[in-house]
Design a protein around this ligand. Sequence first.
Ligand SMILES: Nc1ncnc2c1ncn2[C@@H]1O[C@H](COP(=O)(O)OP(=O)(O)OP(=O)(O)O)[C@@H](O)[C@H]1O
Ligand SMILES: [Mg+2]
Length: 814
Amino acid sequence: MSYSRLFHGMRGWTKYGNVQPSRAPRPSQALAQSILMQPTETIASSTENQESFIEYRRKVFSSLGEGLPTALPNFFSSMTEYQKSLASLVVEETIHTVISSLDTLLQSLRKKNRKKGVYLQIDERHGNFFKSWTKSPLNAFFRRELKAGTVILVLPKGEKPTVEKITLGIIQVGSTKSTRLPWHLSNGEKWREGDQLKIFIYRNKNGISKDDQLEIVPVSSILNYQRQYTACKEESLDEVLGNELLGKKNDSSAAVEGQPWANSSLDIDIPHLNVTQEKAAKEFVQGIAPKINIVQGPPGTGKTTMTCAIICRYLATSKSSDEKKKLLVCGPTNKSVIVLARKVLKSVEREKSLNVVIIGDTVELLSDNPELRSSVVYTYFLYMQNTFLSVCEKLQSDLDITRFSKSVDDIFEDMNRKTPSTNTTHVQNTVKEIVAMFEEKKKPNPSVLKSKLEIAKKKFGGTDTAMIVKEMLETADVVFCTLSSAGNADMRKMGKVSDLIVDEAAACTESEILIPICAKPGRMLLVGDPKQLPATVKSDEAKMFGFHRSLQERLMISNDYHFTLLDTQYRMKPAISHWPNAKFYDSKVQDGDNVKRSEYGSASKLLLEGEPYTWVPIMGKEAKDASGSTYNEREVEAVVSMILDMKTKHKLSDAWLASPDHVRIMTFYKAQESLLVETLKKYGLNVTVSTVDAGQGCEANIVILSFVRGTLGQMGFICDMQRLNVALTRAKYQLVCVGDVKAMAKLEKRTEHLQLIDMANDADVRADMADEPGKLPPPPPPPLPRPSTEGSSKSGEKRRSNSKKKRAKKAAKK
Ligand SMILES: Nc1ncnc2c1ncn2[C@@H]1O[C@H](COP(=O)(O)OP(=O)(O)OP(=O)(O)O)[C@@H](O)[C@H]1O
Ligand SMILES: [Mg+2]
């Protein structure tokens, strides 16, 4: 039985016991413990049995001492009520996440090709703690999965997994020294001495002992919920933003429009703002406005641009005052943080006096953005070390001592500013000796130079990374991180910040936003758009109680709080922006001058000869995949044939098509996304495909949107207005909607879709496509395997060198 079905049987159940655990663990531990400590038989059978699930859930709430969730009101009478209401919803969402993932996993255990885990050997045992290290290098998948906060299923090696015998635990820390996965593992490097996984096992631990081999299967991460729960338990949150958080209306902002910006001597490129953006920026930076400022930015109205300008202005203003300020900037996802941080780093790149740092999951932050290594606190030292090594190597080859001295000075200056107590004297002394060698002789003896450089390189290592992280956070003027990372151990140690900015603030829950609020900012700026997608909440019950509603939405819409609407959009051609603007923003958003110009996008290659907004009617059929997600083959064929046509007609290169800035295919369903990717691959096409949810915040010149549904008289996801808004507002020059126009027109109460299609009728409906929807040629035959002489010789070489090594080893033994 699915989790949601179990859940419906529980409504109306309100009584619960209130048994406190004997020793109070930290909130994050208490949450994990209460969810995982129940007899595993109960947990396992709760996924099949409604009664058992009710009992299980009752035990979890009671062991935490939490009341059952209730609907979130618009106003709260006290901070205690506020925090308690959110805490119980966090517990609800965590239970759902763990039990539904476990449900899927346990089902797979019964099948032959079950999800496989990783084998680890237990090297040490301390009560519930099991430690394992170095001997079992994790592959990339497990490096991503087995992080602190991941709930795991533990299967002793050789034992056939059965539902009754399950053992559950959680990954607690990633290395001997810190609570993070060591940076080199995060960066895909090998395990080193001292690296370890610590596993906390809550049940059935007695059957496990030292030297056992265990199979560890990741269930689901609850780290973010643990941090939210901790934030809900934080005392004295009402000290700063208290009244505002409870929903007490704050009278509008004082007028600051006429005041000029303070002059700044800093060398920063501050983005140019329009009148509304500038007003919102002044309200926050000049601090005359309420403690919580809100900016609603419809799609493409420059939220991120304005936020970047605000951060730059904030830095300029605070640097010119005597008071040292620290700004915390958060977003709900790594993507939102990276987009903003990159923009700010670019604006301030020439101004060396500013310390702008990023903290968070290094894998997520750096995998597509290796250039951020010098700003991420966990990789900064390694970056500086590598830079120093390459500067040394350069000197050995070009003997340019002036360049060497300059580069080394830059490195020390940067480290001195960001981590002032890192002692570099011993390296600097060796560097001085090297410089002196060049002063004595123009060309020093190569072997002496080499050995000196080796000494310098060695001296540069061995620094305490924890100290570097601490100091970087202390000296930072701006710290960027996700809302969740704001609750990591290093951030909690950092303590108070001056102010807080949250980008995409309408896409997170209130409990998520409480995490950075624990750093007690004096003021907070929320930038987002409640008309676009809210936070993802998985539990139906939590959703029913309004857990997905953001703080921004509650304050703006339910509490009539003052906010600024950014009113000019610079992304979409007017034909594309017209309907969403009328439907979602009462036509209050104007089109920027740039998008109104006829030449806007004219240089781009368009799919359909110039019509910016268009529909391609396809009479397809819906089908469901194994997970219950919907797909529509005819629409997939139509989309792929459009791409093929466009490629041939405009002689597009593979690289052009592959750029997410050029073309993006979007759809409402995961199954359709997978089928699109698969089919494009068959035709040798590489085009960005995403669900609408993943496309929030993105833009592309051309967007093709596959609606999938409608043919069976149901609309599902596509009638979610916030999702529809995001879907229709990503394209800059051309939006091509693919769907069953006739079926949609027949549906009752679907006025929005009728309006949409009607509007397209006026503009252009490609009726001609309807006769021959998506007639695809047969896919090209798969490429023949290359007679790869290079590959075989390489592996041959490797084999040869391996056997050479083996022979050498044997010889040494003899
Ligand atoms: N004041 C302005 N004048 C001219 N162009 C601007 C202005 N503000 C933003 N833009 C441009 O508008 C486009 C969209 O800006 P931005 O990405 O900041 O918008 P957004 O509201 O964050 O979008 P999204 O809804 O995708 O998050 C960018 O190309 C940006 O350069
Ligand atoms: Mg944005």
